[in-house]
Design a protein around this ligand. Structure first.
Ligand SMILES: O=C(O)C(=O)C[C@]1(C(=O)O)C=C[C@@H](O)C=C1
Length: 379
């Protein structure tokens, strides 16, 4: 680079630094305004996530960007990232407490990660929360005595046994709820153990989400829904979307959504391990989509093996879903062995037709994710 070019670049980069610093000041201003919105919402009990406001705001900014010669997707990406920050910051102000006269909440297994998250959200909403773990059962009776709600979040393998053996003497109007990722058996066990209000939840997220905005919580009604309607409102204020389901329908969907998916991810990792693949080399050659896929597989092994064993082994019927997958895999492998390219293409088209409009929709969505993965690369 000659001296003139160096000087020109330095000058322009100095101006860019100035603009970026102005952006920081604007961000500070926006964060302060959002904090004020958080306080207003807290007072009024409004949900942290306001989808209509978001849609209207994004549409306007996209239009304005277009008229200024800026790619609309650029402002949308930036605003979506900023709104994620808003969810986190608005959370810190706390949430309106929907039920003021509940008494205390006891979280059984509260020292686990998901229990910890619910404890935090309930505490931020003004409830008095007591945690009960396996080491402090001697306190159980006194904690249960004035509990308005008992929330069970222990490993699936011991959930039903614990409910049947330890939760039979709760106060009559205490709400008994659980967060287990299967629902038929736990809801049945709760209905048998307790004669008061019963409700099953399955939060469709891990404990590391930061905020519940836009997350899904499945609810399976047990008994006396009018007694826990406030809890559904409370969860909506946290920003999550409630999806109602019959326990059986939920569990059969989970065989595909969770058991089969996690199992095939496990086998993918197992295969890489047995093949002694070199991850550094794989990453060097990887396109963003491969990196994303590897990240999705690798993140499983950063988590608790017991948790995934619990999810995969929770339902006997998952074996069938996984077995079907294996059969399809085997049949597809036969195609490959036979060199039957035409049949492969035919089946590909059948599946594409079955995906219908979802296929292009998923392509659009994943393009944005893949671009983010590329942005994260530093070399
Ligand atoms: O306008 C609101 O209600 C806000 O909470 C602010 C804000 C934003 O950051 O602009 C954040 C979250 C909402 O989903 C919508 C917009």
């Amino acid at each position: 680079m000659n001296e003139k070019t160096t000087a020109e670049l330095e000058h322009l980069r100095g101006l860019i630094d100035g603009v970026d610093q102005q952006l920081l000041h604007l961000l500070r201003k926006r964060l302060d305004l959002v904090a004020q919105v958080g306080t207003v919402k807290h007072g009024a009990g409004l949900p942290i996530y306001a989808p209509q406001r978001e849609a209207a705001m994004l549409a306007k900014r996209r239009e304005e960007a277009k008229s200024m010669g800026i790619a609309p997707q650029l402002i949308e990406d930036i605003l979506r990232r900023l709104m994620r920050e808003s969810y986190l910051n608005e959370k810190d102000v706390g949430f309106k407490q929907v039920k003021k006269d509940l008494g205390s909440v006891v979280i059984v297994g509260g020292k686990g990660q998901l229990g910890g998250l619910f404890s935090q959200m309930l505490t931020l909403s003004g409830y008095q929360v007591n945690l009960l773990d396996k080491d402090d059962w001697q306190q159980a009776d006194s904690l249960f005595a004035d509990a308005g709600m008992v929330l069970v979040t222990v490993p699936i393998a011991i959930t039903c046994e614990l409910i049947r053996e330890k939760l039979t003497q709760l106060p009559a109007d205490c709400i008994l709820a659980d967060l287990t990722s299967i629902k038929t058996e736990p809801v049945k066990a709760m209905l048998e153990a307790h004669s008061g209000p019963v409700v099953g939840f399955h939060p469709m997220f891990g404990p590391d989400v930061g905020s519940l905005a836009k997350q899904v919580v499945v609810v399976c009604h047990g008994r006396s829904p009018e007694k826990y309607q406030w809890l559904l409102e409370q969860i909506a204020i946290w920003g999550a979307r409630i999806v109602e389901a019959e326990p059986e329908r939920h569990d059969s969907a989970m065989q595909l959504v969770q058991a089969m998916r996690h199992f095939s991810t496990f086998v993918y990792g197992l295969n890489l391990c047995k093949e002694e693949a070199d991850i550094d080399t794989l990453l060097q050659f990887s396109s963003p989509i491969y990196r994303l896929e590897l990240a999705m597989v690798g993140r499983l092994f950063a988590q608790s093996p017991e948790l995934y064993a619990d999810i995969i082994f929770a339902q006997q019927d998952s074996q069938h879903a996984i077995g079907d997958y294996l059969d399809n895999y085997r049949e597809a492998l036969e195609l490959l062995k036979r060199g039957d390219r035409n049949e492969f293409i035919k089946q590909f088209q059948t599946v594409a037709k079955w995906f219908g409009d979802f296929a292009p929709q998923f392509q659009r969505e994943s393009r944005i994710m893949l671009q983010s993965v590329n942005d994260m690369k530093t070399n």
